[in-house]
Design a protein around this ligand. Sequence first.
Ligand SMILES: [Zn+2]
Length: 109
Amino acid sequence: MGRLPKRFVRREAAKVVDRLIEASLKAVSKDQALGENYLDKARRVCERYRIRKPPLLRRLYCRRCKRPIFPGRTSKFRIRRGRGKHLSITCLLCGSVTRIPLDRPKQGV
Ligand SMILES: [Zn+2]
Protein backbone atom coordinates (compact mmCIF):
# COMPACT_ATOMS: atom_id res chain seq x y z
CA MET A 1 0.00 0.00 0.00
CA GLY A 2 3.01 2.29 0.46
CA ARG A 3 3.22 3.20 -3.19
CA LEU A 4 -0.29 4.50 -3.47
CA PRO A 5 -1.11 8.08 -2.54
CA LYS A 6 -2.73 8.25 0.87
CA ARG A 7 -5.76 10.12 -0.37
CA PHE A 8 -6.48 7.38 -2.88
CA VAL A 9 -6.10 4.64 -0.30
CA ARG A 10 -8.44 6.41 2.06
CA ARG A 11 -11.05 6.92 -0.61
CA GLU A 12 -10.94 3.22 -1.44
CA ALA A 13 -11.08 2.32 2.23
CA ALA A 14 -14.15 4.53 2.65
CA LYS A 15 -15.84 2.61 -0.15
CA VAL A 16 -15.02 -0.67 1.54
CA VAL A 17 -16.49 0.68 4.77
CA ASP A 18 -19.71 1.65 2.99
CA ARG A 19 -19.98 -1.78 1.47
CA LEU A 20 -19.35 -3.48 4.77
CA ILE A 21 -22.07 -1.43 6.45
CA GLU A 22 -24.48 -2.30 3.66
CA ALA A 23 -23.56 -5.99 3.90
CA SER A 24 -23.96 -5.82 7.64
CA LEU A 25 -27.49 -4.39 7.46
CA LYS A 26 -28.45 -7.02 4.92
CA ALA A 27 -26.89 -9.90 6.81
CA VAL A 28 -28.43 -9.02 10.14
CA SER A 29 -31.94 -9.97 9.07
CA LYS A 30 -30.75 -13.54 8.61
CA ASP A 31 -27.76 -13.82 10.87
CA GLN A 32 -27.13 -11.28 13.57
CA ALA A 33 -23.64 -12.53 14.39
CA LEU A 34 -22.62 -12.14 10.76
CA GLY A 35 -24.05 -8.62 10.71
CA GLU A 36 -22.04 -7.72 13.80
CA ASN A 37 -19.00 -9.22 12.22
CA TYR A 38 -19.29 -6.98 9.13
CA LEU A 39 -19.87 -3.95 11.28
CA ASP A 40 -16.81 -4.72 13.32
CA LYS A 41 -14.75 -5.02 10.15
CA ALA A 42 -16.05 -1.66 8.95
CA ARG A 43 -15.00 -0.08 12.23
CA ARG A 44 -11.56 -1.62 12.02
CA VAL A 45 -11.02 -0.41 8.45
CA CYS A 46 -11.83 3.13 9.65
CA GLU A 47 -9.34 2.86 12.46
CA ARG A 48 -6.66 1.27 10.33
CA TYR A 49 -6.80 3.95 7.64
CA ARG A 50 -7.76 6.73 10.01
CA ILE A 51 -10.80 7.73 8.10
CA ARG A 52 -13.81 9.42 9.59
CA LYS A 53 -16.45 6.95 10.59
CA PRO A 54 -19.58 7.50 8.53
CA PRO A 55 -22.47 8.85 10.65
CA LEU A 56 -24.42 5.69 9.90
CA LEU A 57 -21.68 3.53 11.36
CA ARG A 58 -21.61 5.60 14.53
CA ARG A 59 -25.35 5.29 14.87
CA LEU A 60 -25.06 1.54 14.69
CA TYR A 61 -22.99 1.43 17.84
CA CYS A 62 -24.36 2.11 21.26
CA ARG A 63 -22.51 4.92 22.97
CA ARG A 64 -22.83 3.40 26.37
CA CYS A 65 -22.34 -0.34 25.97
CA LYS A 66 -20.33 -0.08 22.71
CA ARG A 67 -22.14 -2.99 21.19
CA PRO A 68 -23.49 -3.00 17.65
CA ILE A 69 -27.16 -2.11 17.63
CA PHE A 70 -29.41 -2.78 14.67
CA PRO A 71 -32.63 -0.92 13.96
CA GLY A 72 -35.63 -3.15 14.47
CA ARG A 73 -33.59 -5.74 16.33
CA THR A 74 -31.42 -4.41 19.08
CA SER A 75 -32.34 -0.75 18.79
CA LYS A 76 -35.34 1.45 18.21
CA PHE A 77 -35.13 4.45 15.91
CA ARG A 78 -37.74 7.15 16.42
CA ILE A 79 -38.17 10.58 14.93
CA ARG A 80 -39.25 12.98 17.64
CA ARG A 81 -40.35 16.58 17.56
CA GLY A 82 -39.71 17.94 20.99
CA ARG A 83 -37.27 20.79 21.16
CA GLY A 84 -36.41 20.63 17.49
CA LYS A 85 -36.71 17.58 15.34
CA HIS A 86 -34.39 14.81 16.34
CA LEU A 87 -33.74 11.16 15.91
CA SER A 88 -33.78 9.11 19.06
CA ILE A 89 -32.04 5.79 19.15
CA THR A 90 -32.80 3.48 22.03
CA CYS A 91 -30.38 0.65 22.68
CA LEU A 92 -32.41 -2.37 23.69
CA LEU A 93 -29.35 -4.00 25.22
CA CYS A 94 -28.63 -1.41 27.89
CA GLY A 95 -31.56 0.99 27.51
CA SER A 96 -29.54 4.12 26.79
CA VAL A 97 -31.04 6.72 24.47
CA THR A 98 -28.99 8.70 21.97
CA ARG A 99 -30.49 11.82 20.42
CA ILE A 100 -29.36 13.18 17.12
CA PRO A 101 -30.66 16.58 16.03
CA LEU A 102 -31.96 16.62 12.47
CA ASP A 103 -32.37 20.35 11.97
CA ARG A 104 -28.71 20.95 11.46
CA PRO A 105 -27.57 17.98 9.40
CA LYS A 106 -23.91 19.04 9.42
CA GLN A 107 -23.76 19.05 13.18
CA GLY A 108 -24.49 16.59 15.89
CA VAL A 109 -23.52 13.53 13.91
ZN1 LIG B 1 -26.28 -0.05 24.83
